[in-house]
Design a protein. Structure first.
Length: 250
């Protein structure tokens, strides 16, 4: 949390986050054009944002793209803000809620666990209920197999798709069709990629939600920060995260 608050304390770094909020997945050159400072200066600010986990980078050919990662802001809200005042919490998480360019959203979190245990948590139906709004995800987890999401309180399937790539315990790629409401049913099929990388005694988990139409309903991707925070809490503490949230089908 110290790195997060330090990163957010600087107005230039906040402006960089606002720019990525406005248009996600920008190159250094594109970001540099919005600031009256040297390329090296922008690079230094981006490096601090990366170290705080607020920015995630991915290579696309020869380009290095920068993505806003709202998970640390969600964690700061859960730990420090919600217990003081809800209006302040709402203001902090607005950055996550207003993601207006949802063609590709990237979320990153570090969890102190093993790749095998993390993979099991993602694919085990009962464990999934501990961090995804009480929902279960069932599948045989074979490449090309079907998966579906249900909740004991809902008499219908909430979501479904196909397991496009299954490489335990490193990578899982799934197509996704949301079914919990007419507004999200109209969004069609998107894709979710889980990537697990061991780092010391922890794992770096990157979730990429892409193939979304421009201007897609934020319900499709807005819950990821809370889901990943809940996953971290369950694996590290064995506790269910009780931050405010609604079941996806409500």
């Amino acid at each position: 949390m110290d790195n997060v608050f330090k990163a957010l304390a600087d107005p230039t770094r906040r402006a960089l986050l606002d720019e990525l909020f406005r248009r996600d997945g920008q190159t250094l050159s594109a970001l540099e054009g919005h600031f009256s400072m040297s390329r090296i200066g922008v690079m230094k600010h981006l490096k601090l944002l990366e170290q705080a986990g607020l920015v995630v980078t991915k290579r696309r050919g020869r380009e290095k793209l920068h993505y806003l990662n709202p998970v640390p802001i969600r964690q700061a809200h859960d730990r420090w803000v919600s217990k003081y005042t809800e209006p302040w919490a709402a203001a902090l998480i607005e950055l996550k809620k207003r993601l207006e360019n949802p063609m590709e959203k990237v979320f990153e979190i570090y969890i102190r666990t093993t790749p095998e245990r993390l993979w099991e948590a993602i694919t085990d139906p009962q464990t999934r209920t501990k961090f995804q709004f009480g929902n279960t995800i069932t599948s045989t987890w074979e490449p090309g197999s079907h998966w579906e999401m249900r909740n004991p309180a809902a008499p219908f399937v909430l979501g479904e798709g196909e397991n496009l790539e299954v490489d335990p315990p490193r990578r899982l790629v799934q197509s996704m069709v949301a079914l919990w409401g007419d507004d999200v049913k109209r969004e069609g099929t998107s894709r979710v990629t889980w990537e697990i990388e061991p780092v010391g005694d922890s794992c770096r988990l990157i979730v990429t939600h892409d193939q979304l139409r421009d201007g897609a309903n934020a319900q499709l991707y807005g819950g990821w920060p809370m889901i990943l925070s809940g996953l971290k809490t369950w694996l590290e503490l064995g506790e269910v995260l009780t931050t405010p949230g609604s079941l996806m089908y409500s």
